[in-house]
Design a binder for this molecule. Structure first.
Ligand SMILES: [Zn+2]
Ligand SMILES: [Zn+2]
Length: 316
């Protein structure tokens, strides 16, 4: 049974054009998406955590970056980054390497998308400013509320005033193109919206579309949302912050705002069995046992789901 599933996973992976290996394929696709980070905002090891999850990572040198995706569009020679995390330097260097597009100097990417103003998702914007890359008019695609936040609040407004970044508001729910041939649509999702609203992204290349929803409140809080997000999507990267809540013994299950992986797996079990490997978890908290316990990971994979891995690719 397990080996049949493994074959299914391999087959579906081959069909979807994904691979765990960071090495470029013999004939790279025109338009490819890469996973550049899979952890929650604080990454692994996590600042302020001395539990075995992070003490072991420090001892072994294991590092996982905050959730982040990159796209290379070889038809036009452009790079798109999705989320500016505190690990932006390492993630963009990896993207350039995977894309075969190094040596870009002070214009390391061509466009940026951000989902919301929580530290793991936008703090990396600071590195586009005058102290570091000092880019020129980098288009930052975001919601009108996020753009207003960037234009009005320091230190972000300095990047706007110095033309290092150029906020570009999109209309939520409508497709737009960072450049011709690459489609993007943002959909509002419920989350802690202190400084900005929060969106999920659907990306559409010439052949496939991908969903990215790293941070969201429990699915129960907005009936129909998950189904709407998944419509027409070939690969989905879903909020996998917490596994089943037992990794947070001090918290009541109802207080955890994120959808637990186990509940998402219950909800989407049939879809995962039909298309193993389509549904992948990302944005895993440093305490999530799926990062540390091979038996938990095997349980997720046996149900037809996957844990995203840094360096994996999807041809769009
Ligand atoms: Zn987050
Ligand atoms: Zn968040």
């Amino acid at each position: 049974m397990r080996s049949t599933l493994a074959v299914h996973l391999l087959l579906s992976c081959a069909l979807l054009g994904c691979a765990a290996s960071p090495r470029p394929a013999a004939a790279p696709a025109d338009c490819e998406l890469f996973v550049l980070g899979i952890a929650q905002d604080g990454g692994l090891p996590h600042f302020g955590c001395d539990k075995p999850c992070c003490a072991d990572a420090r001892a072994t040198g294991r590092v996982l970056s905050p959730a982040c995706l990159g796209v290379v569009d070889r038809r036009v020679g452009k790079l798109l980054l999705i989320e500016a995390t505190p690990a932006v330097e390492r993630q963009v260097a990896t993207l350039q390497q995977l894309a075969g597009a190094t040596g870009r100097g002070r214009q390391p990417i061509d466009a940026l998308l951000v989902t919301h103003a929580h530290i793991g998702h936008y703090l990396g914007l600071a590195f586009f400013g005058r102290e570091v890359a000092s880019t020129h008019e980098l288009p930052v695609f975001c919601t009108p509320r996020f753009a207003a936040f960037l234009r009005s609040q320091g230190p972000w407004k300095q990047l706007v005033e110095l033309d290092q970044i150029a906020p570009r508001e999109f209309v939520i729910g409508e497709w737009f193109e960072p450049w011709p041939g690459l489609g993007v649509r943002a959909l509002t999702v419920p989350h802690r919206d202190e400084f900005s609203d929060t969106v999920a992204y659907q990306l559409r290349g010439p052949r496939r579309s991908v969903l990215f929803v790293p941070d969201v409140d429990a699915w129960e809080r907005q009936p129909g949302l998950l189904e709407r997000l998944l419509e027409g999507v070939d690969v989905a990267y879903l909020d996998g912050t917490f596994f089943d809540g037992s990794e947070l013994p001090e918290r009541n299950l109802d207080e955890i705002r994120h959808p637990l992986m186990t509940r998402t797996m219950q909800r989407l079990g049939e879809a995962a069995r039909r298309q193993p490997g389509k549904l992948r978890f990302i944005h895993l908290n440093h305490t999530n046992p799926a990062l540390h316990d091979p038996a938990v990971r095997a349980q997720v994979e046996a149900a037809g789901f996957a844990i995203a891995s840094e360096g994996e690719r999807v041809s769009l």
